[in-house]
Design a protein around this ligand. Structure first.
Ligand code: MN
Length: 531
């Protein structure tokens, strides 16, 4: 029996469990410390991947001088922190083993199966960006969306990988640092944000910020440093006082936490507010997390009973969620000493969704923990389809946002700069969210018109559009849509695009389709004349 455990003969016994040391090594324990509720079998997948990757990267070092495989451990820990399941964590451990290590696709397939190989393959393809430099950048981006459109878990592994690379960016050659940080700031952080994975988005932003805008970074850091001390002491004071009042009001089952605004997010806001820190009220926010929605409103009552709210700053995102699904009650209160403080009230589920977004719906725990999930969140964000517990390919395809698939198809010529320009214009420009009459969410760049909306919903609707209703009212087709508008497109047999539409539409997608239609129409006209 013992003989068959040799590497050369292991293929003869595919089902035989691997023999690993009785005691897990420290680095593996670090991964296990991030997970809970996994079965022995599930932990064994991670264990197998750990030993496999350790061997595949044997003798390799990172630029920091650490063993290369520490990078895989950190990637796996990041994935565990995002609540991912055993296969995704294993794929995180293995993600560089083919490209940078000595493993082959056949070995991975044999040892870990098709699904994990698929995930690694996706991440490997995305990873090629660093070997080809800027010229291949657009092609890599397109690949990113192509791979991700099939399985969003690929992108989440890439996020976890990138997070650790950003944490160790100081060891990378200086000229490469700026490029990697810019890419993180311009592509990965906004993508994570759009997917609702706000914790990760904030981490990526704040790690990139000092490399991309070093001077501004120092400025914002100093402003925040000066501000934090007084803000934090004020915050702790209010936290204690509200906790007491909640308890007196009969509410015992709650917890509080606070968050300081991310440096990069503060930077963006400072730019909008002429660098006036005093006009930014959410530098720090107190969070109160309670069991039920009813508790949220009761809690708001207790807060307002004791602290005057600032008019116009009470926002009920529970009754009216943000288009990305975010739910919470926000209120800004006068703290009584001349200061102001934002308070955010939410349930545990809302809290989890707000931090993990799409990841929380792919996660291992989302079905098992009694997380009441009827899928409305996913439907709101991603538009179509129904959500059921994860772990099947079909579900993962449905959880993958349609806008990612659209971006994958988006590019005619990925080698050209056009793709990246379009990407920045259409996707990363400030977004608004509008609704179809059925309540599906459509994301569009700011200043979009009903024409842009129509083509975004369906080409056929755009091509037969004859008018538009915005919030129930007939409106001009060159109206500018606003966030949360409900838009209904009126179609008719005689509706068709005209050259004027090209001046009205602002998205590249609508303009391309209109242009295509007009060209076809012109060809047909010439054809008729010739006859
Ligand atoms: Mn990596």
């Amino acid at each position: 029996m013992e003989l068959h455990e040799q590497d050369t003969t292991i293929k003869l016994q595919p089902k035989a469990p691997k023999k690993h040391p009785k005691q897990d090594p420290q680095k593996l324990v670090e991964i296990f410390n991030e997970i809970s509720g996994f079965t022995q079998k599930q932990k064994d997948i991670i264990r197998d991947a750990y030993y496999f990757t350790e061997r595949a990267h044997e003798g390799q070092l990172r630029k920091s001088g650490e063993p290369y495989f520490f990078h895989l451990v950190e990637t796996a820990k990041n994935l565990a922190a995002l609540g991912m399941g055993p296969k995704v964590i294993a794929a995180g451990l293995l993600h560089d083993s083919i490209e940078d290590g000595v493993a082959t696709e056949e070995e991975i397939l044999y040892e870990f199966g098709e699904e994990i190989l698929f995930l690694i393959d996706g991440v490997t393809k995305l990873g090629r960006v660093r070997y080809h430099g800027m010229r291949r950048h657009n092609e890599s981006l397109r690949k990113l969306f192509v791979a991700t459109s099939r399985d969003i878990r690929v992108l989440i592994i890439k996020f976890a990988d990138r997070l650790h690379n950003m944490e160790t960016l100081e060891h990378v050659r200086e000229d490469k640092r700026h490029r990697i940080a810019s890419e993180t700031l311009e592509i990965y952080a906004p993508l994570a944000y759009r997917l609702g994975i706000t914790t990760l988005s904030k981490q990526l932003e704040d790690l990139s910020f000092p490399y991309v805008y070093p001077e501004d970074y120092k400025k914002v850091r100093d402003i925040l440093r000066e501000r934090s001390k007084q803000t934090l002491s004020k915050l702790e004071h209010v936290e204690r006082s509200i906790s007491k009042k909640m308890a007196l009001g009969g509410m015992r089952n709650f917890r509080t936490s606070h968050r300081i605004k991310g440096l990069y997010s503060l930077y963006k806001k400072l730019q909008r507010k002429n660098w006036d820190i005093d006009s930014i009220y959410d530098v720090a926010a107190l969070r109160i997390i309670v069991p039920t929605i009813t508790d949220c409103y009761q809690c708001l009552g207790i807060v307002h009973e004791h602290y005057k709210p600032m008019p116009g700053r009470i926002k009920d995102y529970i009754a009216l969620p943000k288009p990305n699904g975010y739910q919470s009650i926000h209120t800004t209160i006068f703290t009584g000493d001349g200061g102001l403080l934002e308070i955010q009230i939410r349930t545990e589920d809302m809290h989890r969704d707000s931090e993990l977004g799409a990841a929380s719906h792919l996660g291992y725990k989302s079905g098992a923990s009694g997380h009441t999930d009827d899928g409305t969140w996913v439907q709101k964000l991603f538009g179509k389809g129904h959500y059921s517990p994860p772990d099947s390919t079909e579900v993962i395809e449905k959880v993958t946002p349609t806008w990612i698939a659209a971006l994958a198809e988006h590019s005619d010529n990925p080698e050209s700069d056009k793709f990246e320009t379009e990407l920045k214009e259409d996707f990363f420009k400030h977004q608004i969210f509008v609704f179809t009459p059925k309540g599906e969410t459509i994301a569009l760049p700011e200043d979009s018109t009903p024409i842009d909306f129509a083509f975004q919903v369906h080409t056929g609707i755009g091509l037969t559009m004859s008018g538009a209703k915005i919030n129930g009212k007939m409106s001009a087709i060159d109206s500018r849509l606003k966030n949360l508008d409900i838009v209904e497109i009126v179609t008719s047999k005689r509706g068709r695009p005209t050259a004027k539409w090209l001046d009205i539409a602002i998205t590249n997608e609508a303009r391309r389709k209109i242009k295509g239609f007009l060209e076809r129409e012109e060809e047909e006209r010439q054809e008729r004349e010739r006859r």
